[in-house]
Ligand binder design. Sequence first.
Ligand code: HEM
Length: 422
Amino acid sequence: MEAVKGAVRRRLVARAGGIDLTQMHRVPDRLSWPLDRHLADPVARVGELRAQDPVSKLVTFMGMDIWLVTGDAEAREVLADLTSYSTDVRPYYGRSGAENGDIGGLGFTDPPEHTRLRKLLTPEFTMRRLARLKPAIDRIIEHQLDETEQVAAENDGVVDLAKTFAFPIPFSVICELLGLRDEDRETFRALGSARFDVTIGGAAIMGAVGESRDFLFAECARQRTDPGPGLIGQILREHGDEITDFDLGGLADGAFTGGLETSASMLALGTVVLLGRPDLYAGMATDPASVTPTVEELLRHLSVVQVAFPRFAKDDVVVGGHKVRKGSCVMVHLPGADRDPRTYAAGDRFDPSRATSSHLAFGYGFHRCVGAELARMELRAAYPALARRFPDLTLAVPAEELAYHAKSIVYGVESVPVRLHG
Ligand code: HEM
């Protein structure tokens, strides 16, 4: 999602005639406030805005109108619209298509290129293919629970679940999905953690993004002669002559940018929410029927992806009764839409008894998350395994004092220190 932030900034720069926003230390508050949160909740201003006008002009920034959509029906209308918007930032680099080394993956492509690439990827995410990953997912979770126990034993029973549970599980699952060799995973983990380490600064992050992407391009080239057991090998075996190493590397990279921080945040924040509701946490271990609704309600309630890929209007378009001018940027606020009381009776409350799977935490329409079912498999396996292994788990610091990410596109928490045995 750092790539998304960078791309948005660069696109705004291109539109604004060369003022370099990347040199700005902070994006101004009148543009970034919708990313603010209070613990699990969007700030109250989001709900107030939705009640007033679910589609509103946030700001005109360096000549570009930026709209914020906070209503559920309006969000679906924008996200499902195949023709009025573009998410393709590449023309604004002065280069386009496959020659562009900076951005790959589905999120930044429009139909028909998007349709072509997505068609190659979706068969890898059917329930049948994903079922083959289930034993590996269970093994990875058990391994991380062992590590959690071991680290805690060396630290008076206290351990940071972000480090031993929330981040490593989706990381290893994506390596397994792609079919990376065991010996390459450590190298990639080092590149990956630099890439997602917000403390190392923008330039270093961009460097790490480049290096980990180069690693994946090289891996795709290597698997062309020796296809591995995972997604990369499978696409090469079935469609090798239809896809370049660049495009395949972009798809593999998209699995990391789309699937790592998002799933890690859900595991970390979701655990914090569950520990605040001991009945639900215990239910994860003892009441299998409660798992799916609780996971769906956590997805809706947390909506960790705070804004969908920015949509740029290709023509004038009317949304929620407003005329959005050609060239404007439309930001769909997913937590805002997911708490819209016109759609969800629970609104701002966390209430698994009213859970639905048709929330917008995975987006909607043709850019909807390809990894949604994989993410669900991970969450439905990981929370119960945690609760079974550590039924007396408690937070080691109050939930209000955890270090939550400020203004990040994927909302999350820096660390989750817990006591394993109460
Ligand atoms: C709980 C975990 C996850 C959440 C909350 C999440 C959320 C999202 C959302 C909201 C979008 C759509 C953005 C938009 O329409 O603008 C998206 C797209 C995407 N996600 Fe996920 N995601 C998760 C896990 C994953 C996983 C595990 C993978 C792959 C391994 C993945 C891969 C992708 C890709 C490739 C896209 C782009 C799809 C396209 O543009 O057609 N995601 N995700």
